[in-house]
Design a protein around this ligand. Structure first.
Ligand code: NAD
Ligand code: IPM
Ligand code: MN
Length: 330
């Protein structure tokens, strides 16, 4: 078997802290994988004058999968283009897959097992803003092609996972043509499927996530709604420290926790690495290592279930102490 190479991009803030846990765990469950570190983000910019250097792009190209931490976005930098958005777009990682479930029984405010499938290349994220004397115009793109492939992705995922329902989330009552197109394409794509297909307006979906997440099951939605709903769902299921994600294209794949660089807790060794560890499990599954993925998930759940928790989950362990608990159960 050829050695697989994982590009590791820790980034800023708690990114390097939680990826350190992820790499230690990876070395234990899949020691044959080669890991190669690359630079990205604000700290990289301060050192090298670039947020996403060419050698990092080359590393991603050469990799079998990317493990990404988090980056800090400067709000006022002239000409700034978010490296993660650039990577998603340039590598055509069109499906942002965000499964949200309680990482262990008793954790979280609401019991849920929801999969959010987020369109990852267009919508409000075109970044196409034009400034005039009085304000800013934003051109937001919803294409038939992108809508079709994300809805097809959601259908195939739902069928392969034996899910009961796919809910298309939109705002077609206001954005009649753009979100209307997304909704129409969704029903076209779902035609002939045994999966129950429904649609819901995004504000109502935000409420339903709290009151009846089981009725949503799989959500397929546009870029910005998926961003917002995935933080909401994560918060309900145990917090941002627990939610993993995958950015998938036909040729490349990048795995990252849903959370950001958390500057408010960075550098203190207290971040919850659960999201990063479950992200690593998603990556292992993607590269054909389902057994290792299952054993990693099992070790995380067992650690949490036996009361080993970081502070965000009302425990008292640091990032590394929690990681040691997981390592000891592998
Ligand atoms: P955030 O997700 O970084 O943090 C929100 C809150 O959740 C904070 O209170 C933080 O302490 C907490 N939190 C997040 N992850 C945690 C963890 N693993 N363990 C314990 N607590 C955790 O969102 P933010 O504060 O709005 O953004 C901070 C920076 O991160 C911004 O510059 C933003 O642009 C960036 N960001 C990057 C990514 C990414 O790289 N993919 C994603 C989201 C935000
Ligand atoms: C996420 C993040 C990103 C997004 C930011 C950092 C550009 O919030 O991955 O959820 O909005 O997609
Ligand atoms: Mn987000």
């Amino acid at each position: 078997m050829m050695t697989m190479m994982i590009a590791v991009l820790p980034g800023d803030g708690i990114g390097p802290e939680v990826l350190r846990s992820a790499i230690d765990v990876l070395k234990k469950v899949a020691p044959d994988l080669e890991t190669v570190h690359g630079d990205v983000g604000l700290e990289c910019f301060s050192r090298r004058g670039e947020y996403l250097p060419d050698d990092t792009i080359d590393l991603i190209k050469a990799s079998d999968a990317v493990l990404f931490g988090a980056i800090t976005t400067p709000l006022k930098a002239e000409g700034y283009r978010s490296p993660i958005l650039r990577i998603r777009k340039e590598f055509d990682l069109y499906a942002n897959l965000r499964p949200v479930r309680n990482p262990a029984p008793g954790i979280g405010l609401v019991d849920m097992d929801v999969v959010i499938v987020r369109e990852n290349t267009e919508g409000m994220y075109t970044g196409d803003e034009t400034v005039d004397a009085d304000g800013v115009d934003l051109r937001r793109r919803v294409s038939r092609a992108a809508s079709e492939r994300i809805c097809r992705f959601a259908r195939e995922l739902s069928e392969s996972q034996g899910r009961k329902r796919v809910t298309c989330v939109h705002k077609a009552n206001v954005l009649r043509k753009s979100d209307g197109l997304f909704r129409d394409v969704f029903y076209e794509v779902m035609e002939g499927s045994d999966i129950d297909s429904r649609d819901m307006i995004v504000d109502a979906a935000a409420a339903a996530l709290v009151t009846s997440p089981q009725d949503l099951d799989v959500i397929v939605t546009l870029n910005l709604y998926g961003d917002i709903l995935s933080d909401e769902a994560a918060a309900l299921a145990g917090g941002l420290g627990i939610a993993p994600s995958a950015n998938l294209g036909d040729r490349h794949a990048l795995f990252e926790p849903v959370h950001g660089s958390a500057p408010d807790i960075a550098g203190r060794g207290i971040a919850n690495p659960t999201a990063a560890l479950l992200t690593t499990a998603m990556m292992l599954e993607h590269i054909g290592r389902a057994d290792e993925a299952a054993s990693l998930r099992g070790a995380v759940t067992a650690s949490l279930s036996s009361g080993h928790r970081t502070r965000d989950l009302d425990g008292d362990l640091g990032t590394y102490e929690f990681t040691e608990q997981v390592l000891s159960r592998l």
